[in-house]
Design a protein around this ligand. Sequence first.
Ligand code: CDT
Length: 309
Amino acid sequence: MTGRILRVGAAQLGPISRDESRTQVVKRLTTLLDRAADRDVRLVAFPELALTTFFPRWYTEDVSGHDHYYEREMPSAGTRPLFEAARAHGIGFSLGYAELTPDGHRYNTTILVDERGETVGRYRKVHIPGHEHNEPWRPFEHLERRYFEESDEGFSVWRAFGGLVGLATCNDRRWPETYRELGLQGVELILIGYNTPIHYAPDPGQNPLQGFHNHLVMQAGAYQNGTWVVGVAKGGVEEGVESLCQSAIIAPSGQIVAQAVTTGDELVVADCDLDWCRHYKDTLFDFDRYRRPEMYRRLSNQKGVIEPN
Ligand code: CDT
């Protein structure tokens, strides 16, 4: 193989129980990092909210009722061992967690940490799914809109690991705007962590299609922007709720080149040739040559649907 090869690991996590301590979880993450080091991986992607159980499934009257699940600093005493292990191995990583800022804002955040243990990028989730208020009719809730603010920082791409790396989080992967925002910054590798319950209460007919939709959107996003995409799950049955696994590494062709086979902690590895992106970015998806932004004004000027008279 020639080109800019980056060996990437998708570090899928099985369930995290509500009373699992940060120390216990960080130990699981460092075990996966150790396995990555054994396989000469240079960058490991961890899932969304990788340090805790998916707490938005439970309603609390006071929004601060789940604050013990949030990180007030990164790294902290609890998470520093992960940074130290990564630095010792010379491996970078992305990590999703609940962030509580000093001025009281709550974000669903993912950071990108380089091989020296330095945080080089921070992304706060843009598309926040679910609901704000108690809906006890559901078998379990999806209160992300109660516990996280929508970020208005947008999507960034960073020069790291010899390429152009972007981040997105779970529900963002379903929106083509996410990939295009990153694609317009030349992204070559997008890391996406997710927690996707199989049961979708507003329309359970979608339940059997969760795996299909997961790969459909990421494969399309990869191909249409000529980029690698890593989708990494926290899945399995967590506190009685089954979530999708099927973590995957997807090439700029849209093909899945590696996929998880378990519903637990598992490292999925692939050699990502970042130069492969050029095959798509310089041909069918030569944005500079073929895009017609003046034809797409609704995309940034309009939020909902306006049907013709
Ligand atoms: N974590 C996350 O964003 N999960 C959503 C569930 C959507 S149903 C409320 C997802 O898009 O997978």
